[in-house]
Write a protein that binds this ligand. Sequence first.
Ligand code: SF4
Ligand code: SF4
Length: 298
Amino acid sequence: MERLTHTAPAPSVPLVALDTLWFQVAGTICNIECTHCFISCSPKNHSHEMLTLAEVERRLAEARELGVREYYFTGGEPFMNRDMLPILQATLRQGPATVLTNGMLLRAEVCRRLRALFDASEYSLDIRVSLDGFDRESHDAIRGTGVWDRVMIGLRNLADAGINPVITVTTAAEGVASAEGRTRFLDLIRSFGFARPRLKVLSLFRIGAEEQRTRAYEDWERLTGDVLSQETLDGEAAAVLQCSSCRMVTSKGVYVCPILIEEPAARMGETLAEALRPFPLKYGACHTCWVDGVTCTT
Ligand code: SF4
Ligand code: SF4
């Protein structure tokens, strides 16, 4: 079938309100190298460096002035950042926090301290743990040998500390798209004693390592004006896209969203105030966000 050729330029998403602030708190540094990682994080990837407690506190002060409602921490692996617990403590003084982790560094002592932070704050603290399979074989095929066993220990430690995590699964995980597959994941989560299992399924972005694992975006996978008009985006449709209400802080400045941190043009400024402006949705990943209704928040 012949594909349509789109010519109208990409529309720009307005920033309706800065509700959510992301921190690339571990930079692009991770203790593993998943085959689907859309920013190709690894132990050796220093494209973005870790954030210090002082840097996060400076951003929290900016965020307070702008009325930010919630905070997310990702990487890389956030718990590789030695300041992670003090960073959470500082954040929980001004709003709810969520940490996205691969679960490998959730030692018993770390989980107890997370529980103490949660108990001491009037705001919520959510821990999101990634799984990519129902079992060791399928999970480790994506995340690496030995990862499953360590994540299972981490989940047990969370359960012992009384923390019910959100389990995130990407569509790379076999079977997760079906009702039966989701039931298997929910049963796995329940097996740790979490009476109310929390599961979030995430789409994949064809950038970074995922581009090598499967394929890159094709030219037609773009949000040109033929697909999505500026008038539509200026209306209520903008709310569907997380970039209408979020920004991402990295060691290199403020980016539009958690996905495009390796796109130089997605860097919107040094301060949050400089980043409060529209952004053109010209990337393949923007097509995935729109078509799949993706949001990285819980
Ligand atoms: S997907 Fe997450 S755990 Fe895997 S390499 Fe990337 S940052 Fe690390
Ligand atoms: S990748 Fe998604 S969240 Fe990021 S700018 Fe594009 S549409 Fe927005």
